[in-house]
Each structure stands twice: as C-alpha cells, then as structure tokens.
Design a protein around this ligand. Structure first.
Ligand code: AMP
Ligand code: MG
Length: 422
C-alpha cells in the first residue's frame, strides 16, 4: 500500500479507534505505509558496518578453499586405521599452514600436519598429536574414523552461494566474512535522511541561560542519540515555536529534504488543534491516542514522500514511543528486511508495581542477577513520563501487558532490553 489515500481509509477498519489504539495495532498500521529506500551505493568493507546490504553477497570462492586440518597431528588414509588398534606409519614430510606438503600420501605413510594446513593428496584423516607417539621417522597412532579432524573445502561458504543476503544489516562478523571472500567493496542502500525538531515555546537550546518557566530542550538530544545508533543521516532543524506559521514552515522545509520527519511535542489534544489542520493541508496524518504509558499521543502519516512521526513531548514518552514504534519502522525504511524482535525475557520483580488494566505499560527497570543466577528487576523509582533520569538508570523496559493490573513483589514479569540495533 503506497497511496496516501489509503492511510485515511484506515478509519474504515471496524476495530479502528484513534482514541484507544493498542500498541500492536499501531505497529501494524505503520508497517503498511512504509516505503523503504531503493537507491544504493558501493562502500568499502569497513564503511559497510551498520549499513543494509542492497544486493546478495555471492561467494566467489569456497571458504575454506581446501580441505585442511583442524588439529596439529598426522595426516594419513583413514582406511589404514583399524578400530580398537594402534597403527604404525612412516612419516614422509610436514605440512604447515600456508605451506602445503608437496607429494602424495600412500598406504602406510603419514605427514606431520599443523592446524590449517592443506590435507595432502591421498590423505583424508588427521590424528591429533596427543594421540600419537612419534619415534624417529615413524609414528604410532590411535584409531580415528575416516575424515576425523579435518575441515572440508566450502564447509563455511560454498562458491556461487549467497554468503549474505540483501536486506541484512552488516555486523562485525560480516566484515570479517566479506574479507574472507576477498571482496573489497559491497553495495548498500543509501543512508536514510531523517529530519527532526522539537516544538514548544518553553524550550531553550543548551548554551543559553534559562528564562522564567523555560526548560532546556532535551528531546533533540535523545532523538539524536537513537537515530545515530541506527546509522541515519541527520538533519537537525532545532526548536520550533508554537505558532502556525513556524510549524508550517518547519514541516514544509523538512519534508522537502528528508525521508522521515520526527517531531516531539505538540501532538497532545489542545496543541494538536492547530498542528492538525496544518498537517491535513500538507499531507495525510493520523493522530492516535495509544493505549500505553508513557507515550499516549502519537501522530503518524505521510507528508509528500516523507514519513512523519509526531512523538509526545515528555522526555520519557519520546524514548518509549521511539523504541516501540519508530525504531522498527526506520529499520524497515533503511531496507532491513531481516529483523528479529527486540529480545525480552522473564525476571522476578523486587517491588510491587502500580498498573492500571487497559493499557500496555513500559516501566523502567534495573536488572540484577542473584547468586543463584536468577534475574531480578527493580523499578527505577518515579515512573513519571518526564523523569528522564529513569531512562538513564534503566537497563530494560518492564513490559506490563494491557490486561494486567497491579503486580506484587516477587512476581515474574517480562523485561525488554533497551538497545538500538538487533
Ligand atoms: P507537549 O506534548 O508539547 O504538551 O509537551 C509535554 C511535556 O513535555 C511538557 O511538560 C513539555 O514542557 C515537555 N517537553 C516538550 N518538548 C520537550 C523537549 N524538547 N525537551 C524537554 N521537554 C519537553
Ligand atoms: Mg508543547
């Protein structure tokens, strides 16, 4: 679905309720309206870290290229070894890693071999040195089945097969893997361009003194951090005043240059009254009240070709909505097709948690492991949506599902690690 017309058509869905949108449903709606970047560029191996592959990486070789030894020991024909017996061989030479034995192994012969060395012609089995007794030019070895202690050509990667697939985010292991193929440059999608700004008459940028009733703009810093971790190209548009002219100009300026526009503040009821008509004029944006805490108001839509996320103003709500909705969407927009869900696991809560049924809560928690290995989670204290220190202290979100009520100390809860890339 790509036409903006379809976005408004959502409101025809029988379970569509903008005033109480479940978290899962909002994620699904958003996912239907994402148009990932398509253009790509070639970058060197190291520059590809964190980027998304725009083509399969095909292995031009077998890795490893040859059958080789997994152990230091002796290489021979497996057929010369008899189960339950020791066998004696004449040692005819040595194979080092990078320096193969020149010649062939015949029946009754063995070659001294080092880990990683090519298995000599005629040999197919290695007996490790700990199971061999060397005596001058001969060696007495224990039985091993044919093929033991050898690594087969192509067992890591087969020539002609995709070593990595399109849509994969390049991780440190992949850099090594690409290098192991002898490839120097790979194709990745261009970086996603994300513009962001804060709205609010009370906001002051750091570096200026605070006036009466003013606060420093912190959201642009948390958003900067979360976007940087995702490897986006950033366009910081600053603080925008709460006037229709300023807001309209900021939207037109940012949507003309960015794939995604992210704002904070100004989407809760009263303020949306003037933001909404502007966004209706410029594009097609839906305002939702998500059944979650923190982070109730959320706006999502398309303005021209740009995707728009209007996050709440409260600093914790900004981070929670980013991690729960925006992060997964940005990964998709970057072209990442292989996404694993953010890992969550069970932990025992150390204190009672206040929770009202009817909404998903993302409380902030500190993880600890007890002496017996069990994970416990302690809430960070004040769970107010303006308490940014709770996010600084937290390792995880304590995810309390919609139907759940109060949680007693000692109960088992789901925790979700707070992290950028998965
Ligand atoms: P709003 O959604 O605009 O009504 O903002 C909700 C609350 O978040 C208000 O207390 C704002 O002062 C605060 N807030 C909004 N934007 C920011 C920001 N960029 N940095 C810090 N606090 C903010
Ligand atoms: Mg505001």
């Amino acid at each position: 679905m790509t036409s903006t017309e379809n976005l408004k058509a959502l409101s025809q869905d029988s379970d569509y309720d903008p005033n109480s949108m479940p978290v899962e449903q909002a994620r699904k709606y958003i996912a239907n309206f994402l148009e990932p970047v398509t253009s790509s560029e070639k970058v060197s191996i190291r520059d590809s870290l964190g980027r998304i592959l725009s083509e399969n990486v095909i292995s031009p070789v077998n890795v490893p290229q040859h059958d080789n030894s997994a152990m230091d020991g002796y290489a021979m024909k497996g057929i010369d070894l008899n189960e339950g017996e020791k066998s004696k061989f004449a040692v005819i030479g040595t194979a080092f890693a990078g320096q193969p034995f020149q010649g062939a192994v015949e029946n009754g012969q063995a070659v001294r071999i080092m880990t990683g060395a090519v298995i000599p012609d005629g040999a197919d089995t290695v007996v490790m040195q700990e199971r061999a007794e060397r005596d001058g030019d001969s060696v007495l070895v224990d039985y091993f089945p044919t093929g033991a202690n050898t690594r087969k050509a192509g067992e890591d990667l087969k020539m002609g097969a995709p070593a990595l697939t399109k849509g994969h985010r390049v991780r440190p292991a992949d850099l090594g893997l690409i290098a192991s193929l002898g490839i120097t440059e790979i194709s990745v999608y261009r970086k996603l361009r994300v513009a962001f700004f804060s709205t609010g008459d009370e906001l002051i940028g750091v570096g200026s003194p605070l006036g009466d009733g003013q606060i420093y703009d912190s959201n642009r810093y948390t958003i900067f951090g979360m976007l940087t971790e995702l490897g986006c190209e950033l366009i910081d548009m600053g603080v925008i005043r709460d006037t229709p002219e300023d807001v309209e100009r900021a939207f037109s300026d940012s949507t003309s240059i960015a794939d995604v526009v992210i704002t904070s503040g100004g989407v809760s009821v009263g303020e949306a009254d003037f933001v909404k008509p502007i966004l209706d004029k410029l594009g097609e944006v839906l305002f939702w009240k998500i059944a979650m805490k923190p982070g109730r108001p959320l706006a999502f839509g398309k303005i021209g070709k740009s995707h728009f996320f209007g996050l709440p103003g409260n600093p914790v709500a900004v981070m929670v909505t980013f991690y729960q909705f925006v992060q997964v969407a940005l990964k998709t927009l970057q072209g990442q097709t292989h996404q694993t869900p953010v890992p969550s696991f069970k932990a025992r809560v150390t204190e009672a948690l206040k929770k009202a049924p009817g909404r998903t809560e993302f409380q902030r928690g500190i993880l600890e492991q007890s002496a017996d290995g069990e994970w416990t989670v302690k809430p960070t204290g004040n769970q107010g949506s303006g308490i940014l220190s709770s996010m600084s202290q937290a390792h995880c979100f304590i995810v309390l599902p919609t139907d759940m009520g109060r949680v007693d100390a000692g109960e088992i809860v789901d925790v979700q690690l707070i992290r950028g890339l998965v």
